[in-house]
Design a protein around this ligand. Structure first.
Ligand SMILES: [Zn+2]
Ligand SMILES: [Zn+2]
Length: 641
């Protein structure tokens, strides 16, 4: 039997050789590091016999697949610990997620922090006992017997078609010691192969995410290939926690989420409002610079419109229900701006001479999101898209896509991001438009990415049915990736709305349509900025750029004059007239992360100077002439251009 290794070398083995034996034959070091193997892209346990030729690969904890198996195995250990410790508890599902895993349990009482610690300690014992994981395959009726005390497992077995267990009549499970869980595998060979793990937190969740079903307790955990990796991850978590935009939103008085208003809906306080205005102004400036025209559209539209656009067929679960006033047609709050811009295009006959037509709007949209996924302004139910729709001829499409990518990258760079990656999603099986249209535009998108030197991954077949797209991801200050901008072709909407222009040959032709969001949701983008900068914004973005602190009451008047001078230069300055001490006032300005602090005392009044200290400096520079301070600050506050 022949197994082909990743370096194309072919090894010959007897039938029934195990993955571990093959790994040993390759090298003892590799065998020690192995957690599972792959045969023709199928993951298997190290101990499973191999019976057919194929491409062979060893999985170690250095790879995403290895970490996935590790986390999955650790989730079993967590469930084992919980069932040991909490009589009357039962377990639901426990998948690996990014950087960790969770497990859902039904328990008499929600877990306390003490409980979580006990779970972690019990898990450590199970790991220390180095219990082997043993794969068991059994017929469905036997599985139903084995798991008869665990109603969620029974439900999963009864619905095997959901693909959670295995195909067909056979059900697989993994046993370690007395504990058994449904599972497709593969697993680590034993619990002792878990190098480092931690129980993180718990929260409520519903079985199947369905609010009508059982309320469960979801316990999150993480597991890593080494203690050092775990440590580094916990540090990243702590850093992320400090930067959490919801926390900073309160500390910096930017926005809040009053429960009276409803989940996923924010109100913006004056400082957040200023930040938002700056971001919006920049969006408008750039749209104008890149040749977009501004349009405005209402927040609601007749259901017929959403029928024509296709949203009621394909997007209804994200839309709020219709509203109707006696005998009037029903209206829907908009989840997208596209149909409105299409109506503007269609408002009169268009000629090829007018194209491209680029329509931009900061359009407020509302989408129904499950309460479990709402996350501050990063994922909200109401938000503003920096949306645009471009209509152009086939000849223009290549140039337009490149122009749009240029716009998007300029926007992201202006806010301090420089590390980009893109996904290029290509045609799915079922698609609108012709194969030729997809060919041309997929190629044009790839060319645009190449031309701008943006590294990208081709997401084969992952495009939506109406056209290929580029998603641009950015990397933030602590290395997290965020998807922001989208450039999306649309071969569907122009058909549905029968859009036309008169071609050079005087015949009717259908325009190409490009949806483009640069930030995506402006609110979410601001949330990302808050976390990226940890609230210490570059000066042009800071809602308050300078706080002015008079040393004593007798300096208040001069402080007011300094503020006026700065204001005349376009600088957003505030005088702190509170009754606190100078030291406390400086501390307040620092916690508020104002980019600059000016302190004025007797000498300053006499000489028209100030004490100037920038955020991040540990002391101020005394006696700076006011005009010089003003010039320096004006320079620092320059918007990107
Ligand atoms: Zn498993
Ligand atoms: Zn659109």
């Amino acid at each position: 039997m022949d197994l082909r290794l990743p370096d194309n070398k072919v090894m010959t083995h007897d039938h029934g050789v195990t993955g571990l034996e093959v790994a040993r034959a390759i090298g003892p070091g590799l065998a020690r590091a192995a957690v599972a193997v792959k045969v023709d892209d199928q993951q298997r346990d190290l101990s499973r016999p191999i019976d057919e030729d194929g491409d062979f690969e060893v999985i170690t904890l250095d790879s995403p697949e290895g970490l996935h198996i590790l986390r999955h195995s650790t989730a079993h250990v967590m469930a084992q610990a919980v069932l040991d410790l909490f009589p009357g508890s039962t377990f639901a599902i426990g998948p690996p997620i990014e950087d960790g895993f969770y497990y859902d349990f039904e328990v008499p009482e929600p877990f306390t922090p003490d409980d979580l610690e006990r779970i972690e300690n019990r898990m450590a014992e199970i790991v220390a006992e180095d219990q082997p994981f043993v794969r068991v395959a059994m017929p469905r009726d036997e599985a139903l017997r084995v798991f008869s005390d665990h109603k969620f497992k029974v439900e999963i077995i009864e619905n095997v078609d959901q693909g959670e267990v295995t195909g067909g009549e056979e059900v697989t499970a993994y046993r370690n010691n007395g504990f058994i869980d449904l599972c497709r595998g593969p697993h680590l060979p034993s619990t002792g192969r878990i190098p480092a793990f931690k129980v993180l937190r718990s929260s409520g969740a519903y079985w199947r995410g369905d609010q009508e079903r059982e309320q469960l307790q979801r316990v999150y955990g993480t597991a890593w290939g080494s203690k050092a990796d775990l440590e580094a991850y916990l540090n990243r978590l702590e850093e992320a926690e400090k930067r959490d935009h919801r926390r900073l939103g309160t500390e910096l008085d930017l926005f809040s989420f009053p429960p009276e208003l409803g989940a996923g809906l924010a109100v913006w306080h004056p400082k957040g409002g200023m930040l938002r205005k700056i971001v919006e102004d920049h969006s408008r400036d750039l749209h104008q610079r890149f040749g977009f025209d501004f349009v405005f559209s209402p927040h609601i539209g007749k259901e017929d419109l959403w029928q024509t656009s296709g949203h009621l067929d394909f997007y209804a679960e994200n839309m709020y229900p219709g509203m109707q006033y006696d005998g009037d047609p029903a209206y829907r709050v908009k989840p997208m701006n596209c149909p409105f811009h299409v109506l503007i295009y269609r408002s009169r006959q268009r000629s090829y001479r007018e194209l491209p037509i680029r329509l931009g709007e900061l359009g407020g949209v509302y989408r129904y999101e499950q309460s479990g996924v709402i996350h501050g302004i990063l994922r909200a139910r109401g938000f503003t898209q920096d949306d645009s729709h471009t209509f152009c001829t086939e000849d223009q499409i290549q140039g337009e896509l490149e122009h749009h990518l240029d716009f998007v990258l300029t926007w992201l760079r202006d806010f301090g991001f420089s590390d980009f990656e893109a996904d290029l999603s290509t045609r799915p099986e079922k698609m609108a438009g012709s194969a030729e249209q997809w060919d041309v535009t997929e190629q044009a998108l790839a060319d645009a990415l190449e031309a701008h030197g943006v590294p990208y991954r081709i997401a084969e077949g992952e495009g939506v049915f109406y056209g290929p797209k580029i998603d641009v991801h950015i990397s933030d200050a602590i290395g997290r990736r965020w998807q922001c901008s989208t450039i999306q072709l649309d071969f569907n909407e122009p058909d549905r709305f029968e859009l036309e222009y008169t071609s050079a040959g005087n015949t009717p032709a259908r325009p190409y349509m490009i949806h483009c969001a640069k930030a995506g949701s402006l609110e979410r983008f601001i949330g990302i900025l808050v976390e990226h900068y940890a609230g210490a914004f570059p000066m042009w973005l800071a809602p308050v750029q300078v706080s002015i602190i008079p040393v004593a009451d007798r300096h208040d008047e001069y402080a007011g004059q300094v503020k006026e001078r700065l204001r005349d230069a376009g600088i957003r300055a505030e005088v702190d007239l509170s009754s606190e001490t100078v030291g406390d006032k400086i501390r307040t300005a620092l916690t508020q992360k104002h980019p600059a602090v000016i302190v004025v005392g007797d000498d300053d009044v006499e000489n028209t100077t100030v004490g100037l200290r920038r955020y991040g400096e540990d002391h101020d520079t005394r006696g700076v002439p006011l005009s010089e301070a003003r010039n320096r600050l004006t320079e620092l506050a320059q918007k990107p251009s």
